[in-house]
Write a protein that binds this ligand. Structure first.
Ligand SMILES: [Zn+2]
Ligand SMILES: [Zn+2]
Length: 447
């Protein structure tokens, strides 16, 4: 009996020291690399590129990974428009038999004119897809994600003795316009390269403190569908409404009636948003126009809910036009975008809870928080192939804790993602992200 207790004690001490040693060595490795990584982040931050134009960012990312010993393929991604180049990067490291884990970072930035005043702020201007010159900024923190991936890639290449399986690192283009994930899948991401058993990503947060990570099991972000409605009437003189079919009044009725989809048709337990974000029609006070254009965004979690909402939008719009006496050949045209659409982000609960437990061990209980889902969208969900591959996207705190406190104390909101003032705190954010991502992979691929 005594021997057994001794053995148990020895085992406990052995396991604890090994865990503590692994933790210590990861900390030491991050300490060693952090200055270089912050420098990389600042370089990337000063040189952002728009969606569909991530040429230099992708080349830099690919070269770094090649130097670390990964087998790298560039120019992965096929868009519906053949004139766009897919700047996706896929880096693979095989390390014996075991699971395949895919880590994803986005590569693109946004048409935002940076106003942070930082010494490494972007001054870049570039042409967008329609040839207009716009300012460009990494206002969503994808430069944090790229740097984080490079740091993690280095750790894992050095810690090869501690894991087995195949690691796939994806540099995904065009997330901000939500056609990048589909483009890399269309170009054979899961045929030409090892198909993952798990998919993991992180996204920085504009309100969570640097040093913390967040997780959201289940639906975390909504699907998004852009809808265009053209309400067609019969125009004429503003003083002779009886001789017209006024599309402005019909548009007003449609906008109000659409509100009943969420309030009267949808279950209160299925979150949905129907927002009319744009309305354009008419030229002058005394002219009843022929047409009014509406632009909507629809958000939902479940696919069947999304489909039902889209059907309701079409039914209500066409029904109101009929009620207004608009002839059939002038019926409203309702278009659901096939390109500005993305699926929901569903964080497979078992995987998410398993990694949250790893984060608690690596970062401490006080630095791991469970977060509420949001109705924002992202195209990460496609990489799970409609929830067939367990996937999870966790949240990386990126804001100076003093600023979070000040914001809470004064009730003044912090600059959000996509804001010209968004300013992540590089060092603690990267430290936390690299430790979290590395330990997540070591958990899933442990020997
Ligand atoms: Zn974004
Ligand atoms: Zn983003």
């Amino acid at each position: 009996m005594r021997n057994r207790i001794c053995l148990l004690l020895f085992l406990c001490i052995f396991l604890l020291t090994t865990a503590a040693y692994a933790q210590q060595s990861l900390d030491a490795m991050v300490d060693r690399d952090i200055a270089a990584l912050v420098a990389t982040y600042k370089t990337l931050h000063a040189a952002p590129e728009l969606s569909h134009h991530e040429e230099k960012t992708a080349a830099f990312f690919a070269n770094q990974l090649r130097t670390l010993g990964y087998t790298v393929t560039e120019r992965v991604g096929k868009y519906e428009r053949p004139e766009w180049t897919g700047y996706g990067v896929v880096a693979v490291m095989k390390n014996g038999a075991g699971p395949t884990v895919l880590l994803r970072t986005e590569l693109d930035a946004l048409p935002v004119d940076e106003k942070t005043g930082l010494p490494y702020a972007s001054k870049v201007k570039a042409q967008n897809d329609t040839g207009q010159e716009v300012s460009v900024m990494h206002a969503c923190g994808h430069d944090i994600h790229i740097t984080n991936m490079l740091g993690t890639a280095k750790m894992l290449s050095e810690l090869k003795a501690q894991w087995r399986g195949t690691l796939v690192l994806l540099g995904q283009p065009a997330e901000e316009v939500i056609d990048g994930a589909r483009a890399v899948l269309r170009d054979g991401l899961y045929d030409r390269f090892p198909k993952p058993d798990y998919v993991i990503a992180l996204h920085d947060s504009a309100d969570l403190e640097a040093g913390k990570v967040g997780y959201t099991p289940g639906y975390a972000m909504a699907s998004s569908t852009s809808v265009d409605i053209k309400i067609r009437g019969l125009g004429g003189h503003g003083a002779r409404p009886e001789a017209t079919k006024d599309p402005i009044v019909v548009a007003a009725q449609v906008i109000l009636a659409l509100q009943t989809i969420v309030s009267r048709e949808d279950s209160p337990l299925d979150p949905v948003v129907v927002t009319v974000g744009s309305i354009h029609g008419g030229t002058k006070h005394n002219i009843i126009p022929d047409e009014v254009d509406l632009q909507l965004t629809v958000r939902a979690y479940k696919e069947e809910v999304r489909k039902r909402v889209l059907a309701s939008i079409e039914r209500i719009t066409k029904g109101i036009a009929v009620a207004a006496g608009i002839p059939d050949d002038r019926a409203p045209i309702v278009k659901f975008s096939e390109t500005q659409v993305t699926s929901a982000t569903y964080n497979e609960p078992q995987l998410t809870e398993r990694l949250a437990a790893v984060f608690v061990r690596t970062l401490g209980q006080e630095n791991v928080v469970k977060l509420q889902p949001v109705m924002m969208s992202e195209d990460f969900g496609y990489l799970s192939l409609d929830q067939k591959v367990p996937a999870t996207l966790f949240t990386l705190g990126a804001v100076d804790p003093a600023k979070v406190k000040q914001s809470k104390d004064t009730g003044t909101p912090l600059p959000s993602l996509h804001s010209a003032l968004f300013q992540p705190l590089p060092e603690p954010t990267l430290r936390t992200g690299i430790k979290a991502m590395t330990s997540a992979v070591l958990e899933l691929m442990k020997k």
